[in-house]
Design a protein around this ligand. Structure first.
Ligand code: SF4
Ligand code: SF4
Ligand code: SF4
Length: 332
């Protein structure tokens, strides 16, 4: 396949994501372990339903409406959750073995990146939640790029990665307002906006992004959307079971999700209620659009089919290298 005008994409299977945050930590270790970046989690896994990161990001606005760019709310550092200081010295280095407990010091935090982890919704025995990994979507119509008054944000032709040029960013924060996913952070030390870079130095060596490669759940597929042999192409276009988050924001995101399929609800007497999905369809539609209903039907049909299912084999990912082709080189 030609190198020109391709778009990298991720498909994350929400039925396989165990919420371990290995992706989150691998990104942190690699890219945001520097001054002014303490509060940054370019990849974060939120429990849904929930307020997410930053708090209530779904209600903050941004994106496009009727072809017009929308400037939403500017998320504060508190909305994202500050990087807290802990009493490591007291616990580990001052001879307080078994006496001192690890706790944040300074101002008591009242929100953090995953404050409502595993709370979810619903009443026992029909409570539910699922994990939703989130990062910059390297959108086809990036609102952040359109909003930047100094043209510091650009989208690469050869792979569709959206990047911020540090030398051109003047710290106006307009990108943070316009991104409806609120996936841009601000570095106060350097007065610049920063976000996921799609691990582009790895991509240039045919190595999958760290968050993809490190996932122990084999939940993340990666590749070029236009490449018919890639699993992302097959899941998005052929099987139509991978859907963008909030297509209503109109930025055409390139991270797609296999919607969660949880067990049916239980009746009061403990029998299974065949007609009542545990996660309300209306909630899934609010996240993934109307197409989620058809996607769930396809998954269910393929799951219960007699004999082999190409789709289920894809989702099981027996040969994990195939999940990232052509980005399957060893990171070393
Ligand atoms: Fe989910 Fe994989 Fe991230 Fe773990 S590493 S939280 S399984 S996407
Ligand atoms: Fe820009 Fe936000 Fe889209 Fe990323 S998710 S490309 S920051 S609009
Ligand atoms: Fe972080 Fe790379 Fe994943 Fe982006 S693609 S969230 S930079 S690990």
């Amino acid at each position: 396949m030609e190198k020109e005008n391709k778009q990298i994409a991720q498909v994350i299977d929400l039925n396989k994501c165990i919420g371990c945050q290995t992706c989150t930590v691998s990104c942190k270790q690699l890219w945001t372990d520097d001054k002014g970046m303490e509060h940054m989690w370019w990849n974060i896994v939120n429990s849904m339903p929930g307020k997410g990161t930053p708090k209530d990001w779904e209600k903050m606005g941004g994106g496009w409406k009727d072809g017009n760019l929308i400037y939403g709310k500017l998320p504060s550092k508190q909305d994202f959750g500050e990087a807290w200081e802990f009493n490591f010295n007291e616990v580990h280095y001052e001879g307080n073995k078994n006496k001192a407990q690890l706790k944040p010091i300074g101002n008591r935090p009242n929100w953090g990146p995953n404050w409502d982890e595993e709370q979810g919704a619903g009443e026992f025995p029909n409570g539910y939640y699922f994990n939703l990994p989130r990062m910059c979507n390297h959108c086809t119509k990036p609102a952040c790029l359109a909003a930047c008054p100094t043209k510091a944000i650009y989208k690469r032709d050869n792979d569709g990665v959206v990047l911020i040029d540090d030398t051109l960013c003047k710290g106006t924060k307009m990108c943070q307002m316009a991104c409806p996913y609120k996936r841009i952070y601000f570095n106060d030390e350097r007065n610049i906006a920063q976000k996921c870079i799609a691990c582009f130095p790895r991509l240039e060596k045919s190595v999958a992004p760290a968050c993809v490669r490190q996932c122990p759940g084999r939940a993340r597929h990666f590749g070029y959307l236009q490449d018919e042999n890639s699993q992302v192409h097959q899941l998005v276009y052929k099987w139509k079971v991978a859907l963008p988050l909030h297509p209503d924001f109109n930025t055409e995101p390139n991270v797609f999700y296999i919607p969660p399929t949880l067990p049916k609800t239980l009746n009061e007497d403990g029998t299974i209620n065949e007609n009542n999905p545990r996660i309300p369809l209306s909630y899934l539609k609010s996240l993934f659009g109307e197409d989620v209903e058809k996607a769930l039907i396809t998954i269910e049909e393929e799951k219960t089919k007699i004999g082999n299912s190409e789709l289920i084999d894809l989702l099981i990912s027996r040969k994990w290298h195939d999940m990232f082709k052509p980005f399957h080189q060893d990171p070393i």
